[in-house]
Design a protein around this ligand. Sequence first.
Ligand code: ACM
Length: 383
Amino acid sequence: MVGYKKEPTLGLLFSDTGVTADIEKSQRYGAQTAIKHINDKGGINGHELLSVHTDLGGDPNRFRSYTEELIKKENINIFIGCYMSHTRKAVMPAIEKSDSLLFYPTPYEGFEYSPNFFYGGPAPNQNSAPLAAYLIKNHGPRIVFVGSDYIYPRESNHVMRLLYKQYGGDLLDEFYLPLYPSFDEIKFTAERIKNLEPDVVFSTIVGHGTSLFYEEFHNIYQGEKKPTIASLTTSEAEINNMPNSVSVGNIVVAPYFSSVKSKESSLFLSECKENFPENVAVTAWSEAAYHQVMLLSEAMKVANSWNTACIRKHIYNIKYKAPQGLVWLEKSNNHTNLTSRIAQIDKNGKFDIRWTSNQPICPDPYVVVHKLEDWTDTIIKAN
Ligand code: ACM
């Protein structure tokens, strides 16, 4: 067996505290559930798959220094993790310089390529494009954007702005809140949005501020009909932090929801039930972490190695039947072919799936295809 360390070891780059702790815990437990599954079935050709982690507090500096420490002191070269895009950017130099690998199980803004990164969450053509088509068709043209103030919301909105306008949509305004918004900042923003009378609000708020914003937005309408909030990042982890009366009717696009009915999804959910603490939600990004570790382990087994060059050589040939459906990596851009689903939250806080792509959507992180209908055929043509 050719390798760097005696046993294959993954560095898990996630937070237990900080603004996106709830979602990052859902990702870490997703990765650890896959690791347990692999080890229960004999590990990597008889070698136990190990992992190490510490709480990175959502702080890009801690993400960078812990990654450097694991590379230099522990000889670890394979990582999974990062949620917020500025934490991914923070670890990039250390990962690239050491020719390590990062598996990134998170939706993000696109427009990035690293030979050392494997992107397991959707790029904008796999989530924003179908969502734009769906919203225009079902909710109306008048939209307002609200997001947290950092790279992912600002860049995602750049793409969404162009997509919405292509179909005659009207972007009324966009607002950015700090990662830890005050009550006054949220209330002021919610009131300004209400005054604009949009049909729909596109939210790229992440973590802690999500439930605070959804609740205050609900409160200011005082029972009147309110616009739907649609999001790429609001997951079970954030929905669980708000009353059902607040979450009902809102919309999310993601490759996976725990309401997906398939053999693979049922198995995944029963494994999560065994491995996740009660207060950690199973989310699309738990599934992304799970399927990325499974893809990696298949590549390690075929390569009979955990040397990163050997993994890279084999990983593009692997197709894995994930809880969301078949997934595989695109060699030209290191992003993943993923299914896209749009769900509306029902009165019990569950995700009611309203649309599923006919097949996994090929990732186009540079938005090379400029026409909305090229990605969203089934939504545009449906009556
Ligand atoms: C994100 O920052 N990519 C959610």
